[in-house]
Design a protein around this ligand. Structure first.
Ligand code: NAP
Ligand code: MG
Length: 409
C-alpha cells in the first residue's frame, strides 16, 4: 500500500523575500527539499536579488515591505547591500540602499537576535551558558542619515525648522580642512515603541534587560534614548519587573560590553541601531557562527519578519559558481522559515503548521547534536568532535532524513 501524505494546508500567505548569492542558492534548496514536500506553501514572492532591485529602481523592496503590512508575516533571505565594487560587479545603476534598512524603516520596530544553542557547540566566551538576546532598534540613526563630503575649509550647521515655523540652528566648530559630515535622526514614537518592545520581551521571558548607549558623550541624542527608557520603565514596568524578579539596568556601552563578558548570559541586551548591528555579529560569532543566530523583527503595529542575520556568503558563492563544493551552513535560513511558518500558524490557528516548524528545527538539532554532521563553520568548534564535515547540500539532505522520520510519526 502506498501512503500518500497529505500536505499541510495554509490559509494566508507568507511574504517571501528572496536574496542574493550563496544565501539565495540555499534558500531554494531548503524550500524544495525541506518545506515543499510537507507544506502546501502559500507565499507572495518578492525577488530582491540585486538585478531585480536595479531593474525596478529598488521599488521591489518597498513593495515587499508593503506586502508585509498587508499579510503580517514575512521571511527574508540575505541580500547584497551594494558598494562601489558591487556596482561594478553587477553593472548597477547606483549604490542602492540596504534593503534591510528600507524594509525596517517602513515597518519600524525592534530586531531580536538570539543564538541557537546547541549542546556540542560551545560559546567562545567560556562563562556564557545561556543565550544573550540582542534587541536592536531597527529605525533611523545612520541607516537613514545624510552625509556631505567637503573638499576645503568651511563652516556647517544643523538647522531644524518646525512645521509651525520655529527654527533651531546648531553650528559645528569651524573646519580648517577638507572632511566629512553626517546628519542622523530618530523619532520619539519609534524610540518609545523600541523601549516598550524590549521591556515586554524581557518580561515575557523573565530575563533581565540591559540598555546601553553613550549619553556621557552624546548628551542630546543618546541621552534622549536613556530618558525615554527610564520614563517608560518608571511609569509602566517597574512594579511588574519587581514582581517577576527581573531587573532593568542602563549602562554606558563600553561598561556594558565589559560586563557582558563576565555574565553567564540569559539576558536581553538592547542597543541602538548601529550598536546592535555590530554587537549582534560579535555575540553571534561567539556562539559559534553567524549561521547559528535567528533574527526577528517585531513592529509596533504587529507586523513580523524573520530573516537571516548573516550575509550572502559571497566567497562561497564564487566557489559554487566554479562548480566547487561548498560547505555553507543553512541553519539560519531554515530557522528563518520555521519562525515565519510558526508565526503564520499562530496567527491563523494552524497547529499542524506549528508542529511542522517545531519538527524541522528538531531535525536540524538532531543532525548537529546527535549525528554530529555539520558544515565547516562549526565543525572546528564542535565538542565532542565532528563526525562528518559535509557540503551545503549534504547538510540539508541529512536534516531532510531526520525530518522524514519525525513527520512519519
Ligand atoms: P557574510 O556573507 O555574512 O560572510 C562573512 C563570512 O562569514 C563568510 O565569508 C563565511 O566565512 C562566514 N559565513 C557567513 N555566513 C555563513 C554561513 N551561512 N555558513 C558558513 N559560513 C558563513 O558577510 P560579508 O561577506 O560581509 O557580506 C557579503 C554580502 O552580504 C555583502 O554584499 C553584504 O552587503 C551582504 N550582507 C547582507 C546581510 C543581510 O541581508 N542580512 C547581512 C550582512 C551582509 P568563510 O568565508 O571564512 O567561510
Ligand atoms: Mg550586521
Amino acid at each position: 500500500m502506498v501512503l500518500v501524505m497529505q500536505k499541510i494546508e495554509m490559509d494566508k500567505p507568507i511574504v517571501e523575500i528572496d536574496g542574493d548569492e550563496m544565501a539565495r542558492i540555499l534558500w531554494h534548496w531548503v524550500k524544495e527539499k525541506l518545506i515543499l514536500p510537507y507544506v502546501d506553501l502559500k507565499t507572495e514572492y518578492y525577488d530582491l536579488g540585486i538585478k531585480k532591485r536595479d531593474e525596478t529602481n529598488d521599488q521591489i523592496t518597498v513593495q515587499a515591505a508593503e506586502a508585509i503590512k498587508k499579510w503580517g508575516v514575512g521571511v527574508k533571505c540575505s541580500t547584497i547591500t551594494p558598494d562601489k565594487a558591487r556596482v561594478k560587479e553587477y553593472n548597477l545603476k547606483k549604490e542602492w540602499k540596504s534593503p534591510n534598512a528600507t524594509i525596517r524603516a517602513i515597518l519600524d520596530g525592534t530586531l531580536f537576535r538570539a543564538p541557537i544553542i546547541l549542546q556540542n557547540i560551545k560559546p567562545a566566551v567560556r562563562f556564557w551558558r545561556k543565550p544573550i538576546i540582542i534587541a536592536r532598534h531597527a529605525f533611523g540613526d545612520i541607516y537613514d542619515g545624510v552625509g556631505i563630503k567637503f573638499d576645503e575649509p568651511g563652516t556647517a550647521e544643523i538647522v531644524y525648522k518646525s512645521k509651525s515655523g520655529k527654527e533651531v540652528k546648531v553650528p559645528f566648530r569651524e573646519f580648517n580642512d577638507s572632511g566629512i559630515i553626517q546628519g542622523i535622526y530618530n523619532l520619539d514614537t519609534s524610540i518609545r515603541s523600541f523601549a516598550k518592545a524590549c521591556f515586554n520581551y524581557a518580561l515575557e521571558r523573565k530575563l533581565d534587560l540591559w540598555f546601553a548607549a553613550k549619553d556621557t558623550i552624546s548628551k542630546v541624542y543618546d541621552a534622549h534614548f536613556k530618558e525615554i527608557f527610564e520614563e517608560i520603565y518608571e511609569n509602566e514596568f517597574k512594579e511588574k519587573y519587581k514582581q517577576a524578579g527581573i531587573n532593568y539596568n542602563y549602562y554606558l556601552i563600553d561598561d556594558a560590553v565589559g560586563r557582558l563578558m563576565r555574565t553567564e548570559g540569559g539576558l536581553i541586551f538592547a542597543l541602538k541601531n548601529y550598536d546592535g548591528d555590530v554587537i549582534s555579529d560579535l555575540v553571534a560569532s561567539s556562539y559559534g557562527s553567524l549561521a547559528l543566530i535567528t533574527s526577528e523583527l517585531y513592529s509596533p503595529k504587529g507586523y513580523y519578519m524573520s530573516e537571516t542575520a548573516h550575509g550572502t556568503v559571497q566567497r562561497h558563492y564564487y566557489r559554487y559558481l566554479k562548480g566547487e563544493p561548498t560547505s555553507t551552513n543553512s541553519t539560519a535560513i531554515i530557522f528563518a522559515w520555521t519562525y515565519a511558518l510558526r508565526k503564520r500558524g499562530e496567527l491563523d490557528g494552524l497547529p499542524k503548521l506549528i508542529d511542522f516548524a517545531n519538527k524541522l528545527e528538531m531535525a536540524v538539532k538532531k543532525t548537529i547534536e546527535i549525528d554530529r554532521i555539520m558544515t565547516q563553520d562549526i565543525a572546528r568548534i564542535s565538542e565532542p568532535p565532528v563526525n562528518k564535515v559535509v557540503t551545503s547540500e549534504e547538510f540539508i539532505d541529512a536534516v531532510g532524513n531526520h525530518l522524514k522520520t519525525l513527520m512519519s510519526k
